[in-house]
Design a protein around this ligand. Structure first.
Ligand code: G3P
Ligand code: CA
Length: 262
């Protein structure tokens, strides 16, 4: 798979704002995404899910319980039911240091609303969440990306190889990242790397379980390496020393400082 020149690691180390600048503002809200863009993130990361009535909303958890004042599974709620929820007050309570009065007005955004608000001012790391619970999500997402003429402004990541392969069939250039999560020190076989290279451009893996050798193996296979979720500058520096091509972080400003000094 040819690596899009926009993602050539020699050109740019990527700052991926995980759920937006979610260390400073309620995750996966417009406030969080707008702040990430102001902090010069290269990508804003969004977890996508379908509501009961088939709209794409941006939310990480399967339920609205943690990040809103409502209860229930996203897949069982309509967009109208989700839109009345307060998606910011939980953040103010949990992070008084960064609390802001206006966050109480934040809503769960649809993907369309984020594209409308930010358009070509940023790039989007779109995560296809649990495809088995969200049938047709990839098709709907792709239709919106085309409608907003954003094909050159996105990358897609997923834990699902099937989702990524489906998207690769539609577009041979869009950067795709295979997500991995390791509960033990990470190992990856040459055979897995070879297979991933047939459909993806890179790997996203949890930073705490990888090491320099893992990064080198990924890079030697011609793949990009974006560890997640790296929030301390000491770890960000380590990721860069190992050869990572970018990191996912809740604090895009911190990573940009590390890149500047690297
Ligand atoms: O950005 C990578 C990361 O998003 C994968 O984990 O659980 O935060 O979606 P999660
Ligand atoms: Ca995610």
């Amino acid at each position: 798979v040819a690596i899009n020149k926009m993602f050539n690691p020699s050109l740019k180390i990527a700052t991926v704002a995980h759920r937006g600048a979610s260390g400073y503002a309620p995750e996966s809200t417009l406030a969080s995404y707008q702040l990430a863009v102001r902090m010069n993130a290269d990508y804003i990361e969004m977890d996508l899910q379908l509501t009961a009535d088939g709209e794409i909303v941006v939310m990480h958890d399967e339920t609205v319980n943690r990040t809103t004042d409502g209860r229930g599974k996203v897949m069982n709620l309509t967009l109208a039911e989700i839109k009345v929820l307060d998606a910011g007050s939980w953040f103010n309570k949990k992070h008084p240091m960064y609390a802001r009065e206006e966050y109480v007005y934040e809503k769960v955004p649809t993907l369309r609303e984020v594209f409308e608000a930010l358009g070509k001012n940023t790039s989007y790391m779109l995560e296809v969440k649990s495809p088995e619970d969200n049938p047709g999500l990839e098709e709907k997402m792709w239709a919106l990306v085309e409608q907003f003429d954003l094909v050159d402004h996105i990358a897609v990541q997923s834990f699902s190889k099937d989702s990524l392969k489906k998207i690769r069939e539609w577009d041979k250039d869009v950067p795709l990242f295979q997500l991995m999560w390791y509960s033990r020190p990470a190992h990856i076989s040459e055979a897995s790397l070879k297979e991933i290279s047939t459909y993806a451009n890179g790997i996203g893996a949890n930073f705490l379980r990888i090491n320099e050798n893992y990064v080198h193996k990924v890079k030697n296979a011609g793949l990009l390496m974006y560890p997640y979720t790296v929030n301390y500058q000491i770890n960000m520096s380590k990721a860069l020393e190992w050869g990572a091509d970018g990191v996912h972080t809740d604090y895009p400003d911190r990573f940009n400082e590390v890149i500047d000094e690297f």
